[in-house]
Ligand binder design. Structure first.
Ligand code: SF4
Length: 437
């Protein structure tokens, strides 16, 4: 089976050739996906073609300058030779990390493949690597920088690889929200010593927000440990401010028995998040108005369609999907959970998966003993993950060979110190016996 990018390029070739007989070889959410990333980088700032193309890009988002022509014009065979040669000459001095959602054409150069936190942890196993080339998005490179050694430099091959969900919560809006919450709840703990609000940020957030949590008694969570982290928070606070992903917050709160009416949304554009004082007084989780445009595409109708086609199908979705989709699925879990569940299943199993298409297609390729398909029939990768391309990898690796560190991601020390506190709280958080409901 072709890679996602291979299929996208095939669609382009078929369309260009005008071969109507093969025009239905597949469908993509945006035909511009077939363009090279520097074509997109040169246009007006946007997340680029793919699932988050319609999301609003913050004005301060980093821009990627044009890389030299020799990299843009090189064939994939030449890029392959140059990347492999650069990696061989740099040896242990460099480590290349590849997120699960990267295209196969990038993953093949990765020394470690995983989710954002697994990759950041992977850095610690290579203390001698002077440079970490992070094939993922901006917040992941920041986390790697926070957790890496003082002499290690983290590189993001394309600076335009952000994350639209992470960008939906910025420090100014969260500080503004915090001020309003203090006005309503005060700052004094209750008789049990629990403070009014504990801030919890999803790993998919900027270093500045992780630092905010570290400084304000809060914590970071991943999609694998959100319930443990919420338990940690309720042992110390009366309620949780959860950002930026409303869906992970709602799905986790619901699984803990918190009624929906006690999980109001906080819209940062509105006074008191668009809530009455009474609603806020009763709130147990305040859900930031953020979402992932990749996971928002999955629907209850797609699940019904998969079940009608394969009555024995197992539907597994990521908890960044809406509550309705998570409720209609058989299981929900992180990318790592999805991967391990498929590995452990008896041969001949049928899986419909609700997560990013590159991971689903790779799982299908790696497990020919099963039938595995993406719930969404349209090929629509994460726009920003898709901005990493072998040309950028060749460019940064050959830069390192010359002693030049291109596209370094460096978190200011004070921010990194507070963010590390929030990350370390997560690492030692244990399942709690405190009830959230
Ligand atoms: S899949 Fe969603 S959360 Fe992940 S990087 Fe892309 S936009 Fe961000």
């Amino acid at each position: 089976m072709a890679s996602v990018n291979g299929t996208i390029q095939l669609i382009r070739i078929v369309k260009q050739s005008g071969d109507g007989a093969h025009a239905n070889v597949g469908s993509v959410c945006d035909p511009a996906l077939a363009d090279d990333p520097w074509v997109i980088d040169a246009q007006a700032p946007s997340y680029g073609p793919g699932a988050s193309v319609g999301d609003k890009l913050p004005a301060i988002s980093p821009r990627q300058g044009l890389i030299p022509q020799e990299y843009r014009q090189a064939s994939k065979e030449e890029l392959d030779l140059r990347i492999r040669a650069a990696k061989a000459s740099l040896g242990d001095r460099v480590v290349v990390l590849g997120h699960f959602y990267q295209r196969d054409e990038v993953i093949k150069y990765a020394d470690f493949v995983g989710d954002s936190f697994q990759l950041a942890q992977g850095v610690k196993t290579r203390p001698n690597a002077e440079a970490i080339v992070f094939c993922g998005v901006h917040f992941m490179a920041e986390t790697a920088d926070i957790l890496s050694g003082p002499n290690q430099k983290v590189i993001l091959p394309n600076l335009a690889a952000g994350c639209s969900m992470a960008d939906m919560a910025d420090l100014d809006s969260v500080l503004d929200c915090w001020e309003q919450l203090e006005e309503i709840y005060g700052t004094e703990p209750d008789a049990d010593g629990r403070v009014p609000v504990i801030p919890v940020t999803y790993m998919n957030s900027s270093a500045a927000l992780k630092a905010f949590c570290g400084e304000h008694g809060g914590i970071v969570c991943t999609s694998s440990n959100a319930n443990v982290v919420m338990g940690w928070a309720y042992a110390r606070g009366q309620r949780v401010l959860f950002f930026p992903d409303q869906h992970l917050g709602r799905n986790t709160g619901k699984a803990m028995g918190i009624p929906l009416e006690q999980m109001p949304m906080w819209d940062p554009k509105l006074p008191f998040g668009g809530n009455t004082t009474e609603t806020l007084q009763q709130a147990r989780v305040l859900l930031w108005h953020g979402y992932c445009s990749v996971h928002k595409r999955f629907s209850v109708e797609q699940i019904a369609f998969a079940r009608a086609r394969y009555p024995e199908v197992r539907v597994i979705v990521h908890p960044e999907c809406t509550m309705e989709v998570v409720d209609a699925a058989d299981e929900s879990g992180s990318t790592d959970y999805i991967r391990k569940t498929i590995e452990a299943a008896p041969a001949g199993s049928i899986f419909a998966i609700g997560t990013e298409i590159n991971l689903v297609q790779r799982l299908a390729n790696d497990h020919p003993e099963h039938t595995i398909f993406c719930l969404d029939p349209v090929i629509c990768p994460c726009s920003t993950m898709y901005r990493i391309h072998p040309s950028y990898i060749a460019w940064v690796l050959e830069g390192l060979e010359r002693g030049e560190v291109l596209n370094r991601i460096e978190v200011p020390k004070e921010t990194a110190d507070f963010a590390r506190i929030a990350l370390e709280r997560m690492l030692i958080a244990k399942p709690s016996t405190t009830s959230a409901a």
